[in-house]
Ligand binder design. Sequence first.
Ligand code: PEP
Length: 257
Amino acid sequence: MTRRPYIVGNWKMYGTRAMLSEARAIDRAAQRHMKVEVALAPPYTLIHPIHREAEQIAVGAQDCHHQDGGAHTGDISAAMIADAGAKFVILGHSERRQDHGEGDALVRAKAEAALAAGLRIIMCCGESAGTRESGKAVEFVKQQLTASLPSAEAMPADIAERLTVAYEPIWAIGTGTAATTDDIGEMHACIRALLVDLFGEEQGRDVRIIYGGSVKPDNAAAIFAVPEVGGALVGGASLTADSFMGIALAASEPFEN
Ligand code: PEP
């Protein structure tokens, strides 16, 4: 199946209501780039305001709790973000793994909760600089992904619709230095093989694998030309409509062939 490229903005802990005008501009521009699926994951406080106004883009969250509810001060459940208008949630981002000590088992539990709430999930994986230097990046990512993803039995029937994998080498996030196209190509091919192993040929082939880590308008076209790259998870460059939609524009080109 040919999927539209998926370009997702992760606003991290940036954005007050003053940023709503930027979200509006992204939504308007997305209406002119229908060959690309554009989505935004703002902070929780902006999910509902953006969802209420957006005509084209999907809105998602950057995390959720693994339980439905309870005495968990400061946390938010998958059902709550869905109620606010979220259609997807980013899980296992390296900043959550580092800042909040989230391990693979917890990330998997969150994924199961999000799927049960009807959300799509973007499952992040990626190695540190040290792991890459030691030559163990592929092995590490395969292990991390296998342990973080729900088992095939726990997955809904429409796996390829509900799951996206984001390969985000930690050393490339927010540094201005993206991974090389060779490294991206090698890792995405390995992730594809793993997804086929885990979920079977039909579903595993169709799951989108997107790249994240210093994607900008000027390197996006080269990254999107790499086989098995189905889009991008974009941090810093998603904060303005101009740079984010520059990336979306680059995504529409290789897929027009
Ligand atoms: C991210 O945090 O998911 C990310 C890819 O950030 P940046 O684009 O800023 O490297």
